[in-house]
Structure formats: C-alpha cells, structure tokens
Design a protein. Structure first.
Length: 334
C-alpha cells in the first residue's frame, strides 16, 4: 500500500460539511521511516483543513523503537518520540496530541507492571492505554498483525491477566483483530470487566483472501459477534479505518482521483448506521486512522463522510460520536 501519493490524495480534499462540530480524533499514527513521513507538521496540516479537530490520540505503530534495547523495552522509544511530538503539536496550528496508546507485550506476565511504569515515567498522564494487536489468520493472503501474535492469543491466561492489569491503573485496551476473532475478544472482555476495551476499525469485516467470495458469511459473523460485544458495559467501538484498501478491497486506490464523501457514504452508510444503532452513540467514536487511511481517502473526506452519515442525528448524539465518547474513554480534551 502507498500512503504517500500526496498529489493524488490532495486532489480530493473537500471543504467541511460542518466546520463547527468539535472533533477529537481518537486514532492516528506518527512515523518517519523508509521515505514515509507523518509527524506533527503533517498532522497539523490535516487537522487545519477546516474541521474543528481539538485533540488527538496517538496509537502505537512500531515508530522509533529503541533497536538496541531488550525486546520488551524497545517500544519505549515510540512513547518518548510521541511525547516530543505532542510538545511540538502545541506550537502548530490545528490540534493537540493529547493521549498515547502505547505498545507493550501483555503476555509477559510479571513484567507487565514494570513495563507500564516505564511508559508512564515518560508519558505521565498522556498514557491512556495499550494496544497489543492480535489480528491473526490461517489464510496466507490475510496479514498477521505487526506485533506478530500467536493464534488464540486473546484466550491465553497470561494475556488476559495483562489486560486486567490495565484496568487497575485506569488504562484502556485497544483491540485490533479480525471479525472472525471477535468471539475471543468477547470472552476476554468478560474476563476483564474493569478494563475499558475499544474495538478498532469497526471490528474488521474483511474483504480479502478467502473471505472475498464469502461476504454474506462475513457480514453475518461480524454482526452476530458485535451484537454480543455491544451488551458488555466495558466495550466500545471505533468507527473508522474505512480507507484501508488492503483490508476492505474497495478498489479506490486505482482511480484517477480519490472518491468523494458522497461515494464513501454509499459504500459504508448502512454498516456504520447499524454499528451506531447496535452500540449506541455513547459507546461509539469516529476515528481517522491517519495516515493509514491516506492510501485512499483525504482527511477531510473521512470526516465529511461521517458528518453526512449522521446528519439527521441530534446535536447530543453527534457530540457523542465526534468527541464526547473519546473524551470519556481516553480522558483527553476539556
């Protein structure tokens, strides 16, 4: 996937549908590697395009690891990097990087507590949670998460204990897995009732690999498992990742210019409204997933898509989706 076709992506930027609506973007990344750059300046440029993005939450992405450190300590370099970027973000137009969802290996048992403290020493109150991605598939055409999880990791007792330990420190767990693993997350969430758990990217109803020709099955499994998860008080849903060509196979990447928000609404409207109805606005939050979603969608188009999908909602319901739920779950913004 190419995340840096900037001329192409900027050809599709749109003015905001609602420039007054406050937004907390609860899911974006930062990095500079392999010729690809998305740091405070690029985030500022995107959040200054007309929508009112006041705060953001960084989510781990293998950035600036300490390569010479012991394996379990390498991700501390990422937290250090983002703390520095957050300071710089306050000097730039746009928004504040107000929270960090870091990575540490939650399957390390007794070491987890010390690792949390190491991240907190650097980030202080900015540390809001941990993401240990568990996306796994036996299908060779479906990628395994960057954290290289083993099959069934969420069912491992030591991993469950690690997720529980986050709740005792008022930290959340961001869950990135595929739709056919949601049943494992359901059991994990029941075992860790005092930890806030946030499902990433709609729970990943995949359209790739062997699932490409089984979309009816995908939708049935995805909806069935999300219904169960929605009943748990400690589970929340991030609505986004809708520009991920590599998972959702929209074919937008091959177009002469990016799709408009109207076109994106046509593809995602029904599923997003179903998610909101199932979880309720108070348990859903819209996310940009930038710059990963930059492979197909301009930043402005993502937020316009969401604004158009919920245009008939009440002001209070819109606030839930665009910033109140994110503030409540992550403790960012005022």
């Amino acid at each position: 996937m190419n995340l840096d076709r900037l001329e192409w992506i900027n050809s599709g930027q749109e003015p905001p549908v609602d420039s007054e609506q406050r937004i907390i973007d609860p899911h974006h990344h930062l990095w500079e590697r392999g010729g690809s750059r998305y740091r405070a300046e690029e985030l500022s440029e995107d959040t200054s395009r007309g929508h009112t993005v006041t705060d953001t939450v960084f989510v781990e992405c293998l950035a600036n690891y300490r390569k010479e450190a012991q394996k379990e300590l390498r991700s501390i370099g990422e937290t250090e990097f983002v703390v520095d970027e957050s300071v710089r973000s306050k000097e730039l137009k746009g928004c504040n990087i107000s929270g960090i969802v870091a990575f540490l290996d939650l399957s390390l048992g007794d070491k987890v507590s010390d690792l949390i403290e190491a991240h907190q020493e650097l980030a202080g109150q900015m540390l809001k949670g941990i993401r240990h991605a568990t996306a796994w598939s036996s299908d060779a055409d479906i990628p395994i998460s960057h954290s290289k999880p083993s099959e069934g990791l969420m069912t491992d007792k030591t991993f469950i204990d690690g997720v529980r330990s986050l709740g005792t420190r008022n930290l959340s767990f961001d869950a990135w897995m595929y739709f056919d693993q949601l049943h494992e997350l359901h059991d994990l969430a029941k075992e860790a009732p005092n930890t806030r758990i946030i499902i990433n990217h709609l729970g990943a109803p995949l359209n790739l690999g062997s699932w490409k020709k089984k979309q009816d099955n995908v939708q049935a499994i995805w909806k069935s498992e999300l219904r169960k998860l929605a009943k748990l008080e400690n589970v929340y849903l991030k609505i986004g990742g809708i520009g991920m060509e590599n998972y959702f196979g929209t074919n937008w990447v091959s177009r002469p210019k990016p799709p408009s928000s109207d076109e994106v609404v046509t593809v995602w409207n029904e599923r997003i409204l179903w998610c909101i109805e199932t979880f309720g606005t108070e348990k859903c939050m819209f996310e940009s997933n930038y710059p990963v979603d930059r492979q197909t969608l301009p930043y402005s188009v993502i937020w316009n898509t969401f604004q158009k999908i919920v245009q008939t909602f009440t002001a209070s319901e819109k606030d839930d989706l665009f910033w109140v739920t994110a503030r409540s779950v992550y403790g960012v913004g005022s």
